[in-house]
Design a protein around this ligand. Structure first.
Ligand code: PLP
Length: 458
């Protein structure tokens, strides 16, 4: 008997109609948006792959949990349920809700990071990096080397290189390192997982040097799925068992609940140390709100608790990650180069290889993003030279090694027919790829230019 194909462990109870524009209308819309996909009205997008953050579809359980929200200022029942869920599922006794992931970073780092500190990790997420640098501390990327990781078969591209980590600790001294941050999954290459072995090895190093280890946990459930599928010894363990073991190696965690808790807004900090929790409470009150709501409504905390239980079910994760893999497979079959292996939440198309005739200073990944919108109404996002910004001192362009178009898949939102449309659109562009030319920037902000830059076709 052959293996049953993957399919969604849910059916659709409510639908949100999408507007479909003609190609001519889309060409006009993106021209009016001055070729910046952030300037489009979301309504004019057919399939929106800008991000998987806060864009997931809640279940009937989550929607009904909303009605159970206790909006009390202090001691809300919804908070107690959230704390209990996090305690049972992840093993942390102390919990502080925050309005989203970066707010969790803000509160935790206010209590732990000071000027001149060194924060090793695996390709820190941009807001994490931002909150570290804002405090005049230095993030040090200790991700395993690209040479090793570029191989299509390497299963855990998100791992921290333990030798690099040891060398970083030796170089700066443990006193300057208030924490190591392990991001699960790691954003490099679109949600590349970290192995249990690596979490355990990194924890051992941290323990030896007396350095706390925190997980940036936005996509922890997707990471657990990869451990089950790829790491020896975990095939027969449930996702919830794997998740429990993962977090047993951490002193604490920050979470953007907009990802693997499948809610539209929210986050939290969870900790094992009571003293640190008490310190964080002060910053929570200043920045977020009282410690039992911290910027979240009671109803959202209810939906978060339900979402955490749902996202740590194997069937959900299998359908979710298989859909992302399916998109990668369809694109690859067309001969289009992508980053491999495909990660948990997104497919990254290699725009430099797609448009070799367009130099990086003419933004090939932006060109591809615009073309995909024109062709199929699909909105991806540029992860390339535009995003990399200019050098703050010389003001020169600093093209990154990889020039990518990211296609992030929202959770439980699109069907495999949508996935086929995305691949079809890329295929149409691929057929006439030689006819495309670059873009130039006609206006840009001094930093974070990608959100607001205006472009013109060359
Ligand atoms: C999204 C994300 C954050 C920031 O969370 P927000 O909810 O967007 O503030 C931090 N780290 C990782 C790994 C993320 O994916």
């Amino acid at each position: 008997m052959s293996k049953m194909p993957y399919s969604e462990p849910w059916r659709i109870k409510m639908v949100e109609p999408l507007k479909t524009l003609s190609r001519e209308q889309r060409v006009a819309k993106i021209a009016a948006a001055e070729y910046n996909l952030f300037n489009l009205a979301a309504e004019d997008v057919y399939i929106d792959l800008l991000t998987d953050s806060g864009t997931g579809a809640m279940s009937d359980r989550q929607w009904s949990a909303l009605m159970m929200g206790d909006e009390s200022y202090a001691g809300s029942r919804s908070f107690l349920r959230m704390k209990e869920t996090i305690g049972e599922l992840l093993g942390f006794p102390y919990v502080l809700p925050t309005h989203q992931g970066r707010a969790a970073e803000n509160v935790l780092f206010s209590a732990t990071i000071k000027e001149g500190d060194i924060i090793p990790g695996n390709a820190h997420f941009d807001t994490t990096k931002g909150h570290i640098e804002y405090r005049k501390a230095i993030p040090v990327d200790c991700t395993i080397e690209i040479e090793e990781a570029i191989s299509a078969t390497y299963p855990f591209k998100g791992n921290i290189d333990t030798q690099k980590l040891e060398a970083t600790i030796a170089k700066y001294g443990a006193e300057r390192i208030p924490m190591v941050i392990h991001t699960v999954t790691c954003n490099t290459g679109g949600g590349q997982p970290v192995s249990m072995q690596n979490l355990s090895d990194v924890a051992a190093i941290c323990k030896k040097h007396g350095i706390p280890l925190y997980f940036d946990s936005a996509r922890f459930a997707e990471n657990a799925y990869f451990i089950k599928m790829r790491e020896q010894g975990y095939q027969d363990k449930s996702i919830k068992e794997i998740v429990k073991e993962m977090f047993s190696y951490a002193d604490g965690m920050t979470m953007s609940a907009k990802k693997d808790a499948i809610i539209n807004i929210g986050g939290f900090i969870a900790l094992k140390d009571e003293n640190l929790y008490r310190e964080c409470c002060t910053y929570s009150i200043i920045f977020e709100g009282f410690v039992t709501y911290g910027g979240m409504s009671g109803r959202d905390m209810e939906a978060l608790s339900s979402g955490l239980m749902e996202s740590t079910e194997f069937d959900y994760l299998e359908a979710r990650i298989s859909q992302v893999e399916y998109l990668g497979k369809l694109i690859k079959e067309l001969g289009i180069p992508i980053v491999e292996p495909v990660g948990g939440h997104a497919v990254y198309v290699d725009a430099k290889a797609f448009f070799p005739q367009i130099p990086q200073t003419q933004y090939p990944a932006q060109v591809l993003g615009v073309a995909l919108y024109e062709e199929a109404g699909v909105r991806g996002v540029e992860i390339g030279t535009v995003l990399a910004d200019r050098d703050p001192v010389s003001r020169q362009e600093r093209p990154p090694k990889l020039e990518l178009l990211r296609l992030a898949i929202p959770r439980r939102v699109y069907t495999d027919n949508h996935i086929q449309v995305i691949a079809w659109g890329l295929g149409e562009i691929w057929k006439k790829r030689e006819s495309y030319t670059g873009l130039k920037i006609t206006w840009e902000a001094p930093i974070m230019r990608h959100f607001t830059a205006r472009f013109a076709k060359l």
